[in-house]
Write a protein that binds this ligand. Structure first.
Ligand SMILES: O=P(O)(O)OC[C@H]1O[C@H](O[C@H]2O[C@H](CO)[C@@H](O)[C@H](O)[C@H]2O)[C@H](O)[C@@H](O)[C@@H]1O
Length: 358
């Protein structure tokens, strides 16, 4: 890339900040500022998960094969408590009463700091799909991928995400990172002739398929329940189920899972997700992709991961531990997170604002 100007709109002041693209794949602000404190060092607005919260999250996570009943009930309770029909404006969930909620600095307002921290390093972009990428126009992601290696990481199955995005030059990590495929040959970031492929849970395919069918059969009489086959994991959606029927669906899930001790259950937004017990998540996918791109032991790489989901925390944590790049949490409300910055709206993450002139 040659030198280019990049205009970064400052959302607060409405002023466009001029950015200068100098060389390689990094962009730098025209006026450099002190880089933000590295993730994990307690500064720069970075928040760690408190032990208490971790325990509560673990409690909400249900392992397959028995013992999940009480935890399913805690999930139902937590879902009820957070439902708008139950929650008064100033009411806090039990775990929120135990923690101090800190607001992360805005990634848009501090964009020059982020860019300064990336000086001389290769930016690699990781974008969660739902809640982050979906509102962003394809053109913007395509432009982004021309500048930096770019990956989309999602809980959905890879084929579905690919059908939504339809950009062959990207890396895609579906099924919460358990199904990774790189661009076909010809992409400037492809090494060798074959696309990168990683499917660490491939032995679970027949089991997941079986569980999907069983769950469809078990939930078919519950109006609104939707079971989604995400290839290496299954999602059971509650969003359109009447609240009084939630426990009915949760019980159906529990009864199926009992037979599959190698599968575990976790909770998303009005969704229960069944996945293999293997130690693989979006964080592992991020590490795998960095390695595939040749950045395994590099100090001059700057990964930026933007995500809104609890499952994105695994990737934020990896970045924090590596002390490389930044996690950016898309959230309207303050949350405990391993991310370093936040964006309030997915549309705020619309990178056409940031990479305006690319
Ligand atoms: O990892 P992501 O790309 O953020 O995917 C997470 C889940 O996204 C989808 O669920 C979300 O959208 C649903 C409506 O389309 C909504 O009902 C649900 O509450 C959201 O979480 C997808 O259907 C799931 O399989 C993904 O795990």
């Amino acid at each position: 890339m040659t030198n280019q100007n990049v205009v970064v709109p400052d959302t607060k002041s409405g002023i466009n900040l001029p950015m200068v693209r100098l060389s390689g794949s990094s962009i730098f602000p025209a006026t450099a500022q002190k880089p933000p404190t590295a993730p994990g060092t307690g500064g720069g607005g970075c928040i760690s998960l408190s032990t208490k919260k971790k325990l509560l999250l673990e409690n909400l996570e249900i392992n397959g094969g028995g013992g999940g009943g009480a935890r399913i009930n805690s999930w139902i309770d937590s879902m009820r408590a957070s439902s708008p029909t139950h929650m008064k404006s100033n009411q806090q969930l039990p775990w929120q009463q135990q923690q101090q909620q800190i607001t992360l600095p805005s990634a848009m307002d501090n964009f020059d700091q982020i860019m300064e921290a990336s000086r001389g390093k290769q930016i690699v972009m990781f974008l969660d799909y739902d809640g982050t990428l979906s509102p962003i126009m394809r053109t913007t992601v395509r432009r982004l991928a021309r500048c930096f290696p770019t990956a989309i990481v999602s809980g959905r199955c890879r084929d579905k995400v690919y059908k939504f995005v339809r950009l062959a030059e990207l890396y895609y990590a579906g099924s919460h990172g358990m199904d990774i495929k790189g661009p076909e040959k010809g992409s400037k970031y492809t090494k060798g002739t074959e696309p990168v492929i990683c499917q660490p849970a491939s032995e679970f395919l027949p089991m997941i398929d079986e569980v999907f069918k069983e769950l469809v059969a078990k939930t078919k009489l519950t109006p609104g329940a939707k079971v989604e086959n995400n290839k290496f994991c299954v999602s059971v959606h509650f969003r359109c189920v009447e609240e009084k029927k939630w426990s009915e669906v949760a019980e159906a899930v529990k009864s199926v899972l009992k037979k599959y001790p190698k599968l575990r259950l976790s909770q998303g937004r009005k969704v229960l997700e069944i996945r293999p017990t293997i130690k693989w998540d979006k964080g592992k996918a991020l590490e795998f992709l960095l390695e595939s791109l040749g950045f395994a032991n590099c100090t001059d790489v700057f990964p930026v991961y933007i995500g809104d989901d609890r499952t994105d925390e695994d990737a934020f944590k990896v970045l924090k531990e590596r002390e490389q790049g930044f996690g950016i949490l898309v959230s309207k409300v303050p949350k405990e997170t391993n991310a370093s910055y936040s964006l309030q709206e997915p549309t705020q993450a619309s990178l056409q604002n940031i990479f305006h002139n690319y």
